[in-house]
Write a protein that binds this ligand. Structure first.
Ligand code: FMN
Length: 201
């Protein structure tokens, strides 16, 4: 089973990164009692470290199935998404949405995520795979929901990965981060449990 984690927070010890870490711990623990002995491969990618040029919207990829822009990390992530069974996207709320770095990456990956019928109806390319989302924001509960903050991130990610055919299996919103010293255990244990039960079979 291949698990791909995309951490879109530039803060390595931030709340989002810590929650993603707990998810990974859960995935690793799920392998410990795995009698089928299927190996678990986990890639954790920090989106801020990637070299990704913006999409030029030339639409070459729609016709030819690959991106004609000079090779960069978007091509690398494209292969990782193709070969993953489980995907975790961990993204802080920026302006009620996903960070621009992540959006720039996903704009480059349209051809990897979906095809299109002749009349423009999306064809999902990742049916049978599982996706999990984690997000953190300073807006406290319930305003993170009422004011479309955490929900803005989930909506954007659902648009992309729902269209791509991923089954969205778990979502974790961490509101009110302003005064947090570290990741509160109630959120850590939820992230851990999502990882523990994420097996794609
Ligand atoms: C550019 C930027 C935009 C932000 N926009 C929002 C926002 O719209 N709503 C919100 O509640 N928090 C916003 N925040 C705060 C972050 O979501 C919050 O600090 C979060 O905990 C960051 O996650 P991290 O600790 O994983 O880095 C923003 C932060 C930055 C840097």
């Amino acid at each position: 089973m291949n698990v791909l984690v995309l951490n879109a927070s530039p803060r390595r010890r931030g709340i989002t990164a810590q929650a993603a870490e707990r998810f990974v711990e859960g995935v690793k623990a799920s392998g410990a009692d795995d009698f089928s002995r299927e190996s678990i491969h986990i890639d954790v990618m920090n989106v801020n470290d990637l070299d990704v040029a913006p999409c030029k919207a030339c639409l070459f990829c729609r016709k030819h199935g690959n991106c004609c822009q000079p090779v960069d990390d978007a091509h690398r992530i494209a292969e990782m998404i193709r070969s993953c069974d489980v995907l975790l996207v961990a993204a802080p709320v920026y302006w009620g949405n996903i960070p621009g770095t992540l959006k720039t990456l996903f704009d480059r990956l349209v051809y990897v995520l979906m095809g299109e019928t002749k009349v423009g109806i999306p064809i999902p390319k990742h049916k049978g795979k599982y996706a999990y989302f984690i997000t953190a924001c300073t807006t406290p509960f319930p305003f993170n929901v009422l004011c479309g903050q955490s929900t803005g991130v989930f909506k954007a990610l659902k648009e992309i990965f729902g269209t791509a055919g991923f089954k969205i299996r778990g979502k974790l919103a961490i509101p009110g981060t302003r005064k947090m010293q570290g990741l509160p255990e109630r959120y850590g244990s939820k992230a851990y449990r999502m990882g523990l039960h994420c097996k794609a079979w």
